[in-house]
Design a protein around this ligand. Sequence first.
Ligand SMILES: [Zn+2]
Length: 176
Amino acid sequence: MSTLDMLMQRNTNFVQQHFIPDQSLMPILRTMVISCVDPRVDPAHLLGLAPGEAVVIRNIGGRITPDTLQTMGMLQTIAQIEGINPSGIFNLIVLHHTDCGITRLEEKPEILAPYFGIDDSGVAFKAISDPYAAVEYDVAALKAMGILPSMWMISGLVYDVHTGLVETVVSPDPVE
Ligand SMILES: [Zn+2]
């Protein structure tokens, strides 16, 4: 059986066991997760997310980059067009992890600077080698931007790929 055949078989199982028709675009848990593309750290697996429960944005490192912000802005516009009421608590979770592939780029500011939309000299402040410091940095950066609605609760988590445990590094706190 090819990999694709296997995946199609899994889809058949999904349709039979887990599929929920006619779900809203609005995530059931009023939650958005920003996390890494690493195959070991899918938030659906680590956090047990079911279909429709959370919006997930994934990039290398789960970092706040110009692309991340552009995606969040587009989502805001989609929500407005969809007529989704944005008021009320919304959870924004930044999820980083140990042994991230981005640490392999630590000595390559020429790659990381354009990724973050900054000068080479700014890369040193991005805590590339330390996911605990990086998640604190990114949560603080998001709060400082002043672009998120005041009722959003923002938190920073780190997943340990050696133990499977997720640790709360930055506790949920209102954006303001
Ligand atoms: Zn990673």
